[in-house]
Design a protein around this ligand. Structure first.
Ligand code: M6R
Length: 601
């Protein structure tokens, strides 16, 4: 959720380095931002004011970074910054991070929720600490200030961090020394190793222009990052830990927009190549994973949001192709229904970021029950990736738009390979995926894009859109509706087409837009029947199908790709959502209220 970026090194433009780092983290979603620098010695000597000596200079703003700059900040070789997604306290400049202690010599940024902050705040107020914000975060910096009175800074940070209940990551700086002191439990933090400079970030992708050598901090690890060296130790015991340096595989170019106006459009267009790549290169990992599934007694798919709909689609694929019963659950609910798990159970957790707290918590509970964990994630070194017994990177490359697109279809492609692999028909699975590639490319042709954009222009002022489908088109409907809601703010609902008569159809009136998935599968006739029922009530029927039909008022062709048709079908849904946002003048990459990785409950 919140983005964190810290720099310490031999360059003197630390504020700009951090500012650019925060811009690379914008995709995570935020409502305010802030940067703190410790001015260089020469900068301090230029300033007559006593006030600047030994103090930290802070700049904070509400809203997006947009055209802002940090030219007004002093030269510095040591700075950190934060993009805030408000939890405790409204979106105000004062509530934005960094927060300072009473003396202005210690600054802190924080990701997570400091659950027991209220009691600690009362004690600190009694001791004379003055608070300026409504945040839980500010309590942490005053707590460190209090402990600092009797111990060294690192010890004070360690003690304060261990007092903080909840899942938190903090970074602390002090005006007397050029060191970033950080600790994490739950919320991600990555150390980047440079030459005569080092970095800290909440997300490895933000480090790409500087370094690919990283250490992902584990839960309850603490670090002191200086420009020449890094120390890592256990935040509970103080025992030193050797860094586990890993090399990032993503390129800087992959994490940039290139010629596309938005990341979302770029990521939608990347899908055919990603699917082709998965079909060619993922056979061995898929084979290993099918063996793990085969040996398990009870396999469960878990994911949140879009990843949850990929899980749901997976349950249809495993049933139809592999004749195997695989349950699925949304991450936030799985924790309440996993008492049946045993040592023989297998939980397959799907997540783009690998940091979604609801997934991490469910997986921890599943592990406690003895279940094995398979992680299907997009981010190397993410918490889920590290926690899993068996792991696969889905290889979709950095996904920066808040709305997940290519990570969804990459997961589906991998699930297709697994389902066909379990059925002993890997080659057929690859062929089916290649059909999805060519069908997807056709959906992305200029003619097809124009058709979808025209539809968006027609629907842009509508209040409600219904999306229906049966079988695997049910998760396609849910995913399409989610995309529309997220980025166009139009109320869209996905339904199992068979449920229409059980209540939903009461909502359909003259001109209500009803999107119907009708691919060439066993549900084709039933999907058309649903379309007819809605049309009879005045619905405006948008048919997404391999062939036109008279019931469709608007037709979007999608070539049949057998069991993988959900891939091009959902690409249509993604494009419709994208163009609806564009038609409404909205930024599809950064929808309101949403964050890319949901690291708080
Ligand atoms: O990183 P994850 O795949 O675990 O994220 C899960 C959901 O938060 C995510 O899919 C969310 O629903 C997206 N905004 C969907 O576009």
């Amino acid at each position: 959720m919140c983005g964190i970026f810290g720099y310490v090194g031999n360059k003197t433009n630390a504020a700009t380095i951090v500012f650019e780092g925060l811009k690379r983290l914008e995709y995570r979603g935020y409502d305010s931002w802030g940067i703190a620098v410790v001015p260089t010695a020469s900068e301090k000597s230029k300033v007559k004011s006593e006030k600047l000596i030994n103090t930290i200079v802070v700049k904070k703003k509400t809203g997006k970074i947009g055209n802002a700059n940090v030219n007004d900040m002093p030269s510095s070789s040591f700075a950190f910054g934060h993009t805030r997604w408000a939890t405790h306290g409204g979106v105000t400049q004062t509530n934005a991070h960094p927060h300072l202690d009473c003396t202005g010599r210690i600054a802190l940024i924080h990701n997570g929720i400091f659950e027991n902050y209220e009691g600690i705040k009362k004690t600190l107020v009694k001791k004379g600490h003055r608070f300026t914000s409504e945040t839980d975060t500010e309590v942490a910096v005053h707590l460190i200030e209090e402990y600092r009175k009797t111990m060294a800074l690192a010890k004070a940070v360690q003690k304060a961090f261990n007092d903080m209940a909840g899942l938190n990551a903090i970074i602390v700086i002090d005006s007397d020394r050029n060191q970033l002191i950080a600790a994490r439990n739950g919320s991600p933090l990555v150390i980047g190793f440079g030459h005569q400079e080092n970095f800290l970030a909440s997300d490895a992708a933000a480090l790409l222009p500087h370094t690919k050598q990283v250490h992902f901090l584990e839960d309850d690890e603490m670090t002191i990052v200086g420009h020449k060296g890094i120390m890592i130790f256990d935040a509970k015991t103080g025992t030193k830990i050797a860094p586990k340096v890993q090399k990032l595989t993503w390129s800087t170019r992959q994490a940039e927009k290139g010629t596309y106006p938005y990341f979302m459009l770029k990521e939608i267009h990347e899908q055919p190549d990603i699917i082709a790549d998965i079909s060619e290169t993922m056979i061995s990992p898929a084979k290993r994973m099918t063996e793990v599934i085969r040996k398990s007694q009870g396999t469960y798919l878990v994911g949140c949001g879009t990843a949850g709909y990929a899980c749901m689609a997976g349950s249809y694929l495993f049933s139809k192709v592999a004749k195997r019963h695989v349950n699925w659950a949304v991450g936030s609910e799985f924790g309440y229904q996993l008492n049946f798990l045993t040592k023989k159970s297998l939980v397959m957790a799907l997540s783009q970021s690998g940091e979604t707290i609801d997934i991490l918590e469910s997986v921890k509970k599943a592990k406690n029950n003895g279940a094995s964990i398979v992680a299907l994630v997009n981010v190397l070194g993410s918490s889920l990736y590290r926690m899993a017994d068996h792991k696969t990177l889905i290889g979709a490359g950095p996904e920066k738009a808040v709305a997940s697109t290519k990570a969804f279809t990459a997961k589906i492609a991998y699930l297709v390979l697994l389902a066909y692999g379990l059925a002993g028909k890997t080659k057929e699975g690859q062929t089916v995926l290649m059909h999805a590639v060519s069908s997807g490319k056709k959906v992305l042709s200029s003619l097809s894009l124009a058709r979808i954009q025209k539809l968006a222009s027609r629907l842009k002022n509508t209040e409600h859109i219904f999306v229906v489908g049966r079988g695997i088109s049910y998760p396609a409907s849910l995913e399409t509706a989610l995309k529309i809601k997220e980025i166009s703010y139009i109320h869209a609902e996905g339904f199992a087409a068979g449920e229409l008569k059980h209540g939903v159809i009461a909502l359909v009136e003259k001109d209500t837009p009803c999107i119907v998935f009708a691919p060439n599968d066993e549900a084709y006739g039933a999907n058309l029947a649903g379309a007819m029922e809605m049309k009879a009530r005045g619905g405006f029927i948008v048919g997404i199908s391999h062939k036109p039909h008279e019931v469709f008022d608007y037709y979007i062709p999608v070539d049949d790709a057998c069991e993988a048709t959900i891939i091009p079908n959902v690409i249509v849904g993604q494009l419709l959502a994208y163009y609806l946002a564009i038609e409404k003048g909205l930024d599809p990459d950064m929808p309101r209220n949403l964050a890319k990785s949901v690291t708080v409950k």
